[in-house]
Design a protein around this ligand. Sequence first.
Ligand code: PFF
Length: 447
Amino acid sequence: MTARAHWTNRLAFILAASGSAVGLGNIWKFPYITGTNGGGAFVLIYLVCIALVGIPIFIAELYIGQSSQKSVVESFEVLDRKNSPWKSIGWLGLAAAFLILSFYSVVGGWVLDFEYRSLIGEFTRETDDQISSTLGNLFGNPGRQLLWHFIFMAMTVSIVLRGVKEGLEKWNKILMPGLILMLVGLLVYSVQLDGFMQSLKYLFSFNTDALTPAGVLEAVGHSFFTLSLGMGAIITYGSYLQKREAIARTAIVVGLVDTAVALAAGVVIFAVVFTFGMEPGAGPSLMFKTLPMLFVKLPVGQIVAIIFFLLVSFAALTSSVSLLEVVVAYWEEKKKISRKVVTIVTGVIIYALGMLSALSTNVLSDFKIMGLTFFDLFDKATSQYFLPIGGLFIAMFFGWKLGPEAAKHALGGNRPGFSAGLMWSARLVAPIAVGIIIIYKIYMDFQ
Ligand code: PFF
């Protein structure tokens, strides 16, 4: 058997883990769900969740992966015992990976489509009205969506095929710094837009008027989604870490990077929204309507648009590879099938599943389960059920089953204060808070 692959160094790992965390969740989803939930208070709850629940669970997942050196199902067997009931967390995680990647790839496809339109200069020739109906037109075109969905999935597969070092690590090293640089550039530019101050006020004024219980649930679910938690992506990435690496600091760095990118994307997008008098609550089309509108007004707007959508595609890809890796690592390890075969077969299955989401905006738009299209169902079921439930049990496994020794190792030595804090969160705060949220969510959905 060949030795398990490992990341070259700590930086490579930080880039890969941030690559998984930073994605469409930050640039596309965070701004639009902030908009549909009225801004400030939603952002505050999201930040609190990241700090109190997200980062501790991130540490727990990294520890589980690192100390077991196994993928998502088997890690629980190594750390507990054969046929441990905890390994159901792994099964849930695998299911979540299939569902999330299936619709994630469809949205990745929309981004590629916008990149293509930027390349051929389509936006520069259009009026504002035409620009803002571009996504709607794409929604109405099943063939075109399926094509881009296919291309996105093929790109994801081709990176994962190459393995941890040659595939994941190499690409993350190039794509992540590029994305951050571009975002900083846009942020600096947005400072002089008329809507900049209003954007800050909207995001950080913590007024609670517009917040509903459903909004609170969405903020909790999103904090899992955005950090790639609750389904074993971070367990899998942690399993490629050398055992001696301390992990808590890494978790905090990734949490900060992820949050900074989401907030920066929010500031830029809402600055454009308020400058051009657009609607903050536009929903999933928000990013696709606002930014092209800004780009066409810039002197070298076409180039900015090309770079921007390229980088969003990169951000999406560095996350989608981590989703696929969860499944591939499991099958490769467990069934001893070659990485090539597993990656392609899984890619094909997820592509097929994703067709349901791509067709949700056209052919299947009237087909609803519990009032939701496939796209919305997969999105909501994973963010608001699968990931929080997975996260809750991962926290309990870490807190109660592995206990203070694990915390000590994760923190890289004896740090009584931090260790107690981490145990507190993993044993009580995270399970109770997330547990209440899940029960409340079940009550709201099924009453
Ligand atoms: N964190 C990614 C994003 O914010 O776009 C999405 C994601 C990736 C969720 C990997 C879950 C996961 F395992």
